[in-house]
Design a protein around this ligand. Structure first.
Ligand code: C2E
Ligand code: MG
Ligand code: MG
Ligand code: MG
Length: 277
């Protein structure tokens, strides 16, 4: 699964193994239309710095405003689109839109340190990925240091030369990378060393049972120590309670995201939070 897949060798009929084949089939056909009709929207979830308590960034998360099905969440269409390859145009849209939104944020007088954009492993199959990202940055006049691409460990698992080259090229122009859902995948320590990864995002499954679960508290402490020893930042995902937050502050986690502060919200609402912060 993590091996690089070539071209469009995937049949859309493979989807029939899924739980709700007709619904997924429908969504699959609809993604093209939805892109044309501008039914996708980015929501932003604030990232809070635990030293200052300020909003220092956000993660851009895609939503689909479907005319019949209402608001569709990414887990209902991102995996399908990764399978069919539609994640490539969809992912480009998300990068472009983040660029446009960042410009709007800047024009309103706010400055953010980092905005995370999720990048699927399949997006690396497009030979124009690096070039397109360059173009977006130029046309929207974005400070490259703001962009942070969030990779899941599956993107790196294959030890793919092409993926590593893309990451290095983007890193050279100042773009940051983070490892998303850290702890749930298969990344090796050597890969962490080899790639220019600047932060680890602790998967929310480890945060959920804090501070009561002995195993989870130890795992989180170990991830924080590892990250700091490798000069990386640590961001905890899915912080929902004060007790979780207190544990993370005490153990020197750098930043958090989670419902305790805010769920992902539309850009206009996110900008209101920046104003109030
Ligand atoms: P992710 O990148 O790990 O994003 C974090 C997910 O956790 C988001 O789900 C977010 O809404 C949710 N979350 C944040 N705080 C909390 C909390 O306190 N409690 C709980 N229970 N959940 C929380 P969402 O928005 O449904 O996105 C799901 C996944 O879809 C993302 O996981 C990411 O892998 C993927 N995705 C979203 N947008 C994009 C995109 O533009 N491109 C790509 N390639 N993937 C995307
Ligand atoms: Mg993410
Ligand atoms: Mg995550
Ligand atoms: Mg995830």
């Amino acid at each position: 699964r993590a091996k690089r897949m070539h071209g469009c060798s995937f049949s859309i009929y493979e989807q029939s193994k899924d739980r709700t084949p007709s619904y997924q089939g429908l969504l699959e056909a609809d993604i093209w239309t939805a892109l044309k009709k501008e039914q996708f929207q980015l929501y932003y979830q604030p990232r809070i710095d635990l030293l200052s308590g300020d909003i220092v960034g956000a993660e851009a998360l895609i939503r689909w405003n479907h005319p019949e099905h209402g608001l569709i969440m990414p887990n209902d269409f991102i995996p399908v689109s990764e399978h069919t390859g539609q994640i490539i145009p969809l992912g480009f849209w998300a990068i472009w839109q983040t660029g446009r939104d960042l410009k709007q944020i800047k024009n309103a007088g706010f400055s953010l340190a980092k905005v995370g954009v999720n990048l699927s492993f399949r997006q690396f199959q497009d030979d124009h990925l690096v070039q397109t990202i360059h173009r977006i940055i130029e046309s929207e006049e974005i400070d490259t240091r703001i962009f942070e691409f969030e990779l899941t460990e599956s993107a790196l698992f294959s030890d793919d030369q092409h993926v590593q080259k893309c990451i290095e090229q983007l890193s050279k122009i100042g773009i940051d990378f983070s490892l998303d859902d850290f702890g749930t995948g298969y990344s090796s320590f050597s890969l962490l060393q080899k790639l220019p990864i600047s932060s680890l995002k602790i998967d929310r499954s480890f945060v959920a049972q804090l501070p009561d679960s002995h195993d989870d508290t130890e795992i989180i402490r170990a991830i924080i120590t590892l990250a700091h020893n490798l000069k990386m930042r640590v961001i905890a995902e899915g912080v929902e309670t004060k007790a979780q937050l207190d544990f993370l502050i005490k153990n020197k986690c750098d930043q958090v995201q989670g419902y305790f502060f805010s769920p992902p919200v539309p850009l206009s609402e996110f900008m209101k939070m920046l104003k109030a912060d």
